[in-house]
Ligand binder design. Sequence first.
Ligand SMILES: Nc1nc2c(ncn2[C@@H]2O[C@H](COP(=O)(O)OP(=O)(O)OP(=O)(O)O)[C@@H](O)[C@H]2O)c(=O)[nH]1
Ligand SMILES: [Mg+2]
Length: 202
Amino acid sequence: MKILSAEFQKTATRRDEWPAEPLPELAFVGRSNVGKSSMLNALTRRRGLARVSNTPGRTQALQFFKVEVSLAKDAPPVALSFCDLPGYGYAKVPKAEKDRWAAMIEEYLSGRDALRAVVLIVDARHEPAESDREALAFLRAQGRTVVVAATKVDKLGKSHRFGALRAVEKGLDLPAGSAVPFSAVEGTGTEALWKKALELTR
Ligand SMILES: Nc1nc2c(ncn2[C@@H]2O[C@H](COP(=O)(O)OP(=O)(O)OP(=O)(O)O)[C@@H](O)[C@H]2O)c(=O)[nH]1
Ligand SMILES: [Mg+2]
């Protein structure tokens, strides 16, 4: 599989700003600072495409990207849309702002027809938080197809990764082997996630 192009499309805070005539869409959801934007960049192999930061709360609106991939030589290109969302659970954001973000995210996750699947991203190093379990339950209640990815596995020694992944799956009541281990730094999991993404969006 080859990435033919990946470009920023638009920013949206309201429904009427979502891209019209949308492509099949994949969204990246997770706690603040977990690595959503970094995952999008790793998948598209464009380092600076989505804005990444050490400061939680970097992504403050819905960010839409258009991605074109080639699955085989001479095959027609496949076009997809990626939506990078603000994170949840960042304590330092003022309450009014948090409520506004939550409403914006929930409106999108519940109302976006083009949304084919959601990547729910958790930190591989920690047991899933209550907010992660709530996010999963919310997505399921909306009838969304969810892929769980456990990111930052590069911060774990190789011998600890398997156990950490099982702990993530257990914490979210998922079957063993269903979460995708990922690292934006090492590139771990990009192929596995692309495979799922293409299965679910096409
Ligand atoms: N070691 C390591 N660091 C990562 C990885 N992914 C993200 N980071 C770091 O984690 C921090 C947050 O990354 P972002 O991609 O901005 O996270 P985000 O979830 O988009 O954050 P918000 O938009 O603020 O919610 C940055 O310092 C990244 O460099 C990873 O796989 N491994
Ligand atoms: Mg971000």
